[in-house]
Structures are given as structure tokens and as C-alpha cells.
Ligand binder design. Structure first.
Ligand code: ATP
Length: 365
């Protein structure tokens, strides 16, 4: 990078971007700790790329600040910021070989002896010996890794990744997710990764921010977001969730009591975001178990009865749909461990769960 800046947390303060009357990013306040792997996760059009482009300096904010440590970098031109970006398209120079693609940034800064650094970088992404190849002679995953070290070679303080794995097939994407995480740990700089793929965000990032309509719905460690989502949007975005509409009637002995469809349930206070009024009781499909009748439900578990309307074998598990008496459809994932109950389509069954695995949201969420 052209300038040395003190390292620090990346902070977005009241950052807003409007395109005409459309608000793409809406007063974002966010601190991304130095050295963390941070993911901005959201559906197409929620404002992820615009946020990234404002950090990179490729888009001017309508208002708000981009700070690195104590320094406002919002007025710096893109090449002056200690920030680099890896795009989905890789954007490698096709006429240069791998070595020269990686060396490009170093040479531009006037550094003459680049061999050691370029080789170190190629080694970091396990591309030793590939220096003389042209990009066209590499696989998609290899091109992606060249793009990554080309962005890292200038030692930015923040690396922005805009759907960098989007063009790879599923198997390669999984490999690269693990690879990217390893590289981030090794180089220790802040990674800000934009994706619409919840599994990708959860696999790699220390912290995930779920974005919706230009705002952050919830921010936290992947397991916390998944296990205890703050809103129905987050619950649904991070995988399947079964949400039962009900009414919370108050707290007793550390549990919130809920009435739903004529039955009574409870959720521990620590897993409830509401304790009275209209609520949604959520249970993830893998936290549900299936048995043939209510008599088989373990003591302390809660249950819902229904009829199995679908059973899909997907290798590690069988995914059932259970239609309840009031017409809701619950997803139940049963591990194919060899000991699990098998239920045929059309049969009556009971889904049960440990209340400590449920969560409660206000209905308005
Ligand atoms: P995707 O995953 O599809 O890239 P995204 O979450 O990155 O989506 P953005 O590209 O940040 O979303 O776009 C946010 C909103 O701003 C969208 O409604 C988009 O149409 C709008 N938008 C983005 N760039 C412009 C632009 N240059 N002019 C007008 N509207 C824009």
C-alpha cells in the first residue's frame, strides 16, 4: 500500500448510501475487530456490495464515516487506503504469468527484488511451481488463490472479499472455505467477506452480520446466530426453522409459558426474547426427533403430533415433513445413524424436542 497507517479496528459509523430515492445502506454502525474474519451475509440487493465498495473507496457514502483505528480513511482515494479487494471475477491479468500477476503490486511500489515475497505468497496458497503458468492454464480454484495472494502481497490491513468463491463448484468452494480460513489465521489481517451463502459465512467467519434492506438484523458468532436468532428473518436465513405462532402468557419457574394451537409449551427464559403477547416458538429441524406416538415422548420433552407427508433420504439424514393437525408443516431431520426411527409417508408421527433447544421470538420480528 502507498501509505502506512496504524492498524486498528475497522469502524463504520452511521454509514449511509442512497442511489436517488433508494437507500442501499441505511445508517450502518459496525465495528470489525482488527484481525477478525467478518462476514456480511444477506440476500441479493440487501446492500452488502455497496458497503464493501464504500470501505474500498469505490463508492462515496451519502453520509457517515469509514474509520480504521482512529483514522478517518473515508476521504482517501482507493489506492491510498490500506485496503485491498478480491472480486468474484478474479480480475487476473491474462497476458502475465502467475508470478508476474502476484509481483505486480510490489513492482508498482518500486520494489525491485520481489522473488522471495512472491514465492512466499505462492507457497502460502500451495501454488509453488506454478509461477510460469498463465491464468488460462489454471483451474478456477487456482485462479482464485492467485487473485487472493495478489491482493495480499501488498500487506493491506483489511482484505475485502466480494463473493470470491461464487464461480467455483460446490466441492471446490468447500475446500476454498477451509483454505481461506487457514490463510486468514496465518496472515492475521482483517478479512471482510461478502456472501449470500449462509453456510459459507458460518464456516469461515468469527463474526457474521446478517443484513436485510440496508441494515444489520443481527450480528454475532455463527453458532449464536443459528442457535438463538433475534428475528424470524435471521432464523429463516440461517437454515430451516420451524416457527409456531402462539401467545406467551408469562414466566413461571424460569420458563416462559406459551400457548399455541390449543397446546401448552415452555421455553427457558434465557432462550426467550419475549415473555408475553404474540410470539413465535422456534425449533431447528435437527433438534426435533420423531416417534410413533405420544407415549414414546421422553419425560421433559414437548411434542406436536401430525402425519408424515414427505421423507427425503439425503445421505447423512432423512428429512421429513410432518403436517400438524392445524395444517402447519414441520421439518424434521433424522440422522441416518442406523438406530433412528423410520416413519413412512402417510403414517401418523409425533415430533418432540428438549425445550432447552427451542427459542422464542416476538411475533412482530
Ligand atoms: P448482490 O448480492 O446481488 O450483489 P448486494 O447485497 O451486494 O446484492 P448491492 O449491490 O449493495 O446489494 O445493492 C443494494 C441496492 O442498491 C440494490 O437495491 C441495488 O439495486 C442498488 N444499487 C446498487 N448499486 C447501484 C447504482 N450504482 N445505482 C443505483 N442503484 C444501485
Amino acid at each position: 500500500m502507498a501509505r502506512e497507517t496504524p492498524a486498528g479496528d475497522l469502524r463504520l459509523a452511521d454509514l449511509t448510501k442512497r442511489f436517488g430515492t433508494r437507500t442501499a445502506v441505511d445508517a450502518l454502525d459496525l465495528t470489525i475487530p482488527q484481525g477478525s474474519f467478518f462476514a456480511l451475509l444477506g440476500a441479493s440487493g440487501c446492500g452488502k456490495t455497496t458497503t464493501l465498495r464504500m470501505i474500498a473507496g469505490l463508492e462515496q457514502p451519502t453520509s457517515g464515516q469509514v474509520l480504521l483505528g482512529d483514522r478517518d480513511i473515508g476521504r482517501l482515494r482507493p489506492h491510498q487506503r490500506p485496503v485491498n479487494t478480491v472480486f468474484q471475477s478474479y480480475a487476473l491479468f491474462p497476458h502475465l504469468d502467475v508470478f508476474e500477476n502476484v509481483a505486480f503490486g510490489l513492482r508498482r511500489r518500486g520494489i525491485r527484488s520481489v522473488d522471495d515475497e512472491v514465492n512466499r505468497m505462492l507457497s502460502l496458497v500451495q501454488l509453488d511451481g506454478y509461477g510460469s503458468r498463465r491464468p488460462a492454464e489454471l483451474s478456477g480454484g487456482q485462479q482464485q488463490r492467485v487473485a487472493l495472494v495478489r491482493a495480499l502481497v501488498n500487506r493491506p490491513q483489511v482484505l475485502l472479499l466480494d463473493e470470491p468463491l461464487g464461480a467455483l463448484d460446490l466441492k471446490l468452494r468447500r475446500q476454498m472455505q477451509i483454505e481461506l480460513k487457514r490463510i486468514q489465521t496465518e496472515v492475521g489481517i482483517t478479512f471482510v467477506h461478502v456472501t449470500h451463502d449462509q453456510e459459507e459465512a458460518m464456516t469461515m467467519a468469527d463474526t457474521v452480520a446478517v443484513m436485510n434492506a440496508g441494515r444489520i438484523e443481527q450480528l454475532g458468532a455463527p453458532a449464536d446466530l443459528y442457535e438463538f436468532p433475534a428475528t424470524a428473518f435471521v432464523a429463516n436465513f440461517l437454515g430451516q426453522s420451524n416457527l409456531l405462532a402462539g401467545v406467551a402468557t408469562g414466566v413461571s419457574a424460569g420458563d416462559v409459558a406459551v400457548t399455541a394451537h390449543g397446546a401448552r409449551f415452555s421455553v427457558p427464559v434465557g432462550r426467550a426474547r419475549a415473555d408475553h403477547g404474540p410470539v413465535q416458538l422456534g425449533v431447528r429441524p435437527e433438534k426435533l426427533q420423531l416417534v410413533g406416538s405420544a407415549a414414546q415422548v421422553p419425560v421433559g420433552h414437548q411434542h406436536v403430533a401430525g402425519v408424515v407427508t414427505d421423507a427425503s433420504y439425503v445421505g447423512v439424514s432423512t428429512q421429513y415433513l410432518l403436517r400438524t393437525g392445524w395444517g402447519a408443516e414441520l421439518s424434521v431431520f433424522v440422522a441416518n445413524s442406523g438406530t433412528s426411527t423410520r416413519v413412512a409417508v402417510g403414517e401418523a408421527a409425533v415430533a418432540h424436542w428438549d425445550p432447552r433447544h427451542a427459542f422464542l421470538l416476538p411475533a412482530s420480528s
